[in-house]
Design a protein around this ligand. Structure first.
Ligand code: CA
Length: 226
């Protein structure tokens, strides 16, 4: 296949790298594995890959520094692997230029699903990017296809979270952590219930569009090419 994409895996743990290499092969991707930030940067500089899976905890330099260096010269998609929640906060909070992240431990299938989602998103970003959502944070008001939505506090916050990062897949746990003041243990059902309500309200405005995508066993995202 001449359209085969090469995924660079920058990860110092061989067990994790092995499972990723296998999962990528299953999905038709080629892969290159390096264990240091320095090697990752040289492969990106030589344009020998189409996508980077970047562990934040590399032995020679932090993945954050690797990402900053990559972004000085390249827009190549980057998915970060994180082991700590404060790293996730940094990825989400600062405009470091990551395209998505996965927290350890993860299933290799989840990683390939996210890679495919990022490719879909980056490849469609040249097309029409007019969002049907207009958000007024001061009034806490969202307009959808020109109609004002009547949303609960949580529905509003979930939709803002999604709309700020179209195409990102948010785990239920992460939605709960970011939106709820007091996250509870039944987050799966709580988040699902709010998404269901949100979907119904969006459907009432435009029955032909279902902007929220369900990723089975992972979480939810907002479609990026609405
Ligand atoms: Ca590591």
């Amino acid at each position: 296949m001449n359209t085969e994409k090469t995924i660079l895996i920058a990860e110092d743990e061989s067990g994790i790298a092995d499972s990723l290499i296998y999962a990528l092969k299953t999905e038709g991707f080629a892969s290159t594995w390096v264990q240091t930030g320095k090697d990752a940067l040289s492969i990106v500089a030589d344009k020998k890959c189409d996508f980077v899976i970047l562990d934040i905890g590399l032995p020679d330099m932090s993945g954050f520094d690797v990402l900053k260096k990559i972004r000085q010269s390249s827009k190549i998609p980057v998915l970060c692997l994180t082991a700590r929640s404060d790293e996730i906060d940094r990825i989400l909070g600062l405009e470091l230029g990551a395209d998505d992240y996965v927290s350890k431990p993860f299933s290799p299938r989840e990683v390939t699903a996210r890679i495919k989602a990022v490719f879909r998103r980056t490849e469609s970003s040249d097309k029409n990017t007019d969002s049907p959502f207009q958000i007024d944070m001061n009034k806490r008001q969202i307009t959808y296809f020109g109609k004002k939505l009547s949303l609960s506090r949580y529905e509003f916050d979930i939709l803002v979270l999604f709309a700020n990062r179209p195409g990102w897949i948010f785990e239920r746990q992460k939605i709960m952590d970011l939106v709820w003041l007091e996250p509870d243990d039944s987050f799966d059902r709580t988040v699902d219930a709010h998404i269901k309500m949100l979907r119904a309200k969006l459907k009432a405005v435009n029955p032909d569009v279902d902007p929220i995508e369900t990723h089975r066993g992972i979480g939810y995202s907002l479609k990026d090419n609405l």
